[in-house]
Write a new protein. Structure first.
Length: 95
């Protein structure tokens, strides 16, 4: 039972994408086929429950998504994550 991190843009670095860089997501869209849990940016942040077959949109600076695996989550389904973002220095500023 642990949290698995996904750093935004990490799949770009492996040669699958054309950007070849990490970035900050300003708009993040999540969709899971099973119930799961995520945290954004730090394991110290609040846990967010993602319900199956529901779209979730988050409009904040996200550089890492942690997905919880309790041994059964995501074994019978998947979590899709879509990111729209910028370079880290271009992210939203706290107000």
């Amino acid at each position: 039972m642990s949290w698995f991190p996904y750093v935004v843009g990490q799949d770009q670095l492996t040669g699958k994408g054309d950007q070849q860089k990490h970035f900050i997501s300003k708009s993040t869209l999540l969709f899971a086929t099973i119930n799961c849990s995520v945290k954004f940016n730090s394991l110290g942040n609040v846990t967010i429950a993602i319900l199956a077959n529901t779209w979730y949109e988050f409009k904040s600076n996200i550089h890492t998504v942690y997905v919880y695996d309790d041994g059964s989550d995501l074994t019978d389904g998947y979590l899709k994550m879509y990111f729209e973002g910028v370079l880290p220095q271009e992210g939203r500023r706290p107000e």
